[in-house]
Design a protein around this ligand. Structure first.
Ligand code: PAF
Length: 282
């Protein structure tokens, strides 16, 4: 695996590979890698000839400076995991390379900015749009791989690719879960054993709501059930939404459809977790 933090160097490598007709698969990450990330790398390994990963903790997508400071960073372990799991090129840029002191462009994704995550994390998706656009322009991948766990991010990135004519396919990779259902996330590293057990409530709430809805019961019954689960529980529910996967708008009627996805977010202590599940599927 070649590791570089230089735009010129990575572009020279990619130009060379592309001139040989090789397809580039790209997995952008913020590090603190877990099996969920490795499933993105293995999907890229299957589809592309050259696998490029990036690790960059992007400051502009953190609306909470404390969260940025506490975001787990394990660069040596990450490098060794990527090396063993089929990454060919690791792009590891500095803040200076990515922003050079500039931070003047912002993105507005319309309603997608205001719903769910957007409501609780002002500016987050603008930062994601900015960094992902920069990374796409640097790496020029044929395929880019993103996890279903960050469903709203995925929807926003698909919009970005379509509207800005990025010449690449966005590939969605299913959520990886811990044995009791907790969705894998870099933030799980900040939970102790007891908190990890408590965090299973997010998965359990999705399963309960899914079971209510697939029986044909109402959206308000599912909402009530989820609220009741969080009462007297250590976890704090921020939102539970039943939405369509294309526009993320809430579904109240006609929810028994294949695009219906249940989304949840909340806190265990000061660690914020999100999860989602299709009504029919994972
Ligand atoms: O999903 C993430 O890890 C980040 O939001 C991403 C896409 C790497 C952009 O910083």
């Amino acid at each position: 695996m070649v590791t570089t933090g230089s735009i010129a160097e990575i572009q020279a490598l990619i130009t060379q590979f592309k001139s040989e007709g090789k397809k580039i698969g790209f997995v952008p990450t913020m590090g603190a890698l877990h099996e969920g990330h490795l499933s993105l790398v293995s999907a890229a390994r299957e589809k592309a000839d050259i696998v490029v990963c990036s690790i960059y903790v992007n400051p502009t997508q953190f609306n909470n400076q404390d969260d940025l400071k506490k975001y787990p960073r394990n660069i040596d372990t990450d490098k060794s995991l990527l090396g063993k799991n089929g990454c060919d090129i690791l792009f590891l840029p500095s803040d200076e390379v990515m922003y050079a002191g500039r931070n003047t462009i912002s993105f507005d994704f319309g309603d997608l900015n205001k719903l769910m995550e957007g409501r609780y994390r002002p500016g987050h998706f603008s930062g994601v749009g900015l960094i992902v656009s920069k990374l796409f322009n640097i790496v020029l991948p044929n395929y880019a791989f993103f996890g279903q766990k960050d469903l709203q991010q995925l929807t926003i990135i698909k919009k970005l690719v379509e509207e800005l004519f990025f010449n690449l396919d966005v590939i969605t990779v299913p959520i990886k879960r811990e044995p009791h259902g907790l969705a894998m996330s870099s933030r799980n590293e900040r939970l102790n054993q007891k908190e990890r057990e408590e965090a299973n409530i997010f998965y359990n709430a999705l399963i309960e709501a899914k079971s209510i809805l697939t029986k044909g019961e109402s959206v308000s019954e599912a909402n009530e059930k989820v609220k009741a689960l969080f009462e007297d529980h250590k976890a704090q529910l921020e939102y539970f939404e039943i939405v369509s996967d294309h526009d993320l708008l809430p579904k109240t009627k006609n929810y028994l459809e294949p695009d219906t996805v249940l989304c949840i977010a909340g806190f265990i202590g000061d660690v914020r977790l999100i999860d989602n599940m299709y009504l029919y599927g994972n």
